[in-house]
Design a protein around this ligand. Structure first.
Ligand code: SAM
Length: 376
């Protein structure tokens, strides 16, 4: 049982599957046949403690599911009989659990009926196996997904979304999700023939500080700030397994600078950085559109930022933004996240290197990566 291989499913934001795959491969050495990439996810075959440990280190996934069973099912009685036999107590310590039910092109699609069957099977199981008295605060959730009459049952190993790292107590207007920021940082690192450890990372529109804290924590475990559902799995005790964070031999940026013209953002960002423990991250008040000041000490640098867009924040025209970044910081590369319908023309000393299309909430956005012509 101990050497058994388990199937995990990493839920990945659309557009970041390639970046997530390279992140996964840098943390764990697995046979390429054990990994399957699909739209919005990565399936993975790995020992239990290895798959669970990915919660502690991966920055791009939204959550990690552990597959428990897959079977064809077209009637409620068969579903009940199958679910009754699941060893729920290996994963859930509570009397009540959450069910995440979905159904597509299947005969069983009535969500309320499906929920009734799940609850009935779980309650029946609990008659012989009462829940433990100790209850973790993490939600304990099972996913029941029907697709073409095939039922896939999984347990959520993460609990809170993985982009909730646990240290961000202060927010600002339109913060970027942590896993999107991490994905864009990793994309930039993968795309540029530069060692990040030689570069200063600058975010001139720093907001709550997401890019900087994500960059500083890119190769560190996140479990110092939060817990995960799998920590209560009784299966780990049964198999006498310990889940330890893997390590990676990679270095992040040399140092980190953030600027913003809002006092409120500076305050929030400073608090978040204090919680995070990022003593090498420096924040100060500066308007990007003010006349350039001396920033020689920051070179060589890369600027990665998401400018204000949409109705909640006043926009800065993209060409003015590019010119101001180039004049203020003279970075070797600039990464900008903009709505996909925005035209952006770099100043003459820069050229487009690559781009990545993702979704930020419901908005289609494109991350544009520009490089300085003289450096590349
Ligand atoms: C979309 S938010 C950045 C969000 C940030 N990435 C985060 O995750 O929290 C844009 C930020 O740009 C700042 N900003 C807008 N115009 C600016 C300017 N001219 N100079 C400096 N900061 C500016 C706003 O105060 C806001 O904090």
């Amino acid at each position: 049982m101990k050497d058994q291989v388990y199937e995990f499913y990493l839920v990945i934001p659309l557009g970041l599957e390639g970046v997530a795959l390279s992140e996964l491969q840098s943390w764990v050495q697995l046979d390429s046949k054990a990994i399957t990439r699909s739209k919005g996810g990565i399936s993975l075959l790995a020992p239990l403690e290895v798959g669970l440990s990915l919660n502690l280190v991966l920055k791009v996934p939204t959550r990690i599911l552990l597959r428990l069973k897959k079977f064809k099912c077209t009637d409620f009685e068969k579903l009940y009989q199958k679910l009754k036999k699941i060893p729920w107590g290996d994963y859930a310590t509570k009397g009540e659990v959450q069910w995440k039910i979905s159904s597509k092109t299947s005969r069983l699609f009535h969500k309320r009926r499906l929920l009734e069957v799940c609850n009935k099977a779980y309650t029946k199981y609990r008659i012989g196996q009462p829940p433990r008295t100790t209850q973790g605060s993490e939600p304990q959730a099972f996913h029941v997904q029907f697709y073409d009459d095939i039922c896939t049952l999984s347990v959520d190993t993460s609990g809170e979304h993985l982009f909730k790292r646990g240290y961000k107590t202060f927010s600002t207007k339109a913060p970027l999700r942590e896993n999107l920021a991490a994905g864009l940082l990793l994309f930039s690192i993968n795309e540029l023939p530069l060692s990040p450890s030689d570069l200063t990372l600058i975010d001139p529109l720093v907001g709550s500080g997401t890019f900087l804290t994500e960059a500083a924590g890119l190769y560190k475990p996140t479990n110092a700030f939060r817990t995960f559902s799998f920590m209560h799995f009784r299966l780990l005790e049964k198999l006498q397994l310990k889940v330890l964070p893997p390590t990676v031999n990679k270095t992040t940026f040399k140092n980190f600078f953030g600027f913003d013209n809002s006092e409120e953002a500076i305050k929030a960002c400073t608090e978040n950085i204090k919680n995070f423990g990022g003593s090498d991250i420096q924040i100060s008040h500066r308007d990007l559109l003010s006349p350039p000041s001396d920033t020689q000490g920051l070179a060589p640098s890369i600027v990665i930022t998401n400018p204000p867009y949409g109705e909640r924040l006043s926009k800065i025209p993209s060409n003015l933004l590019m010119t101001s970044i180039a004049e203020q910081y003279h970075p070797q590369a600039i990464g900008l996240l903009l709505p996909s319908n925005t035209q952006v023309k770099p100043p003459s000393e820069y050229k487009k290197k690559s781009e990545l299309k993702i979704k930020n909430g419901s908005i289609d956005v494109t991350f544009h990566l520009f490089v300085e012509k003289s450096s590349f």
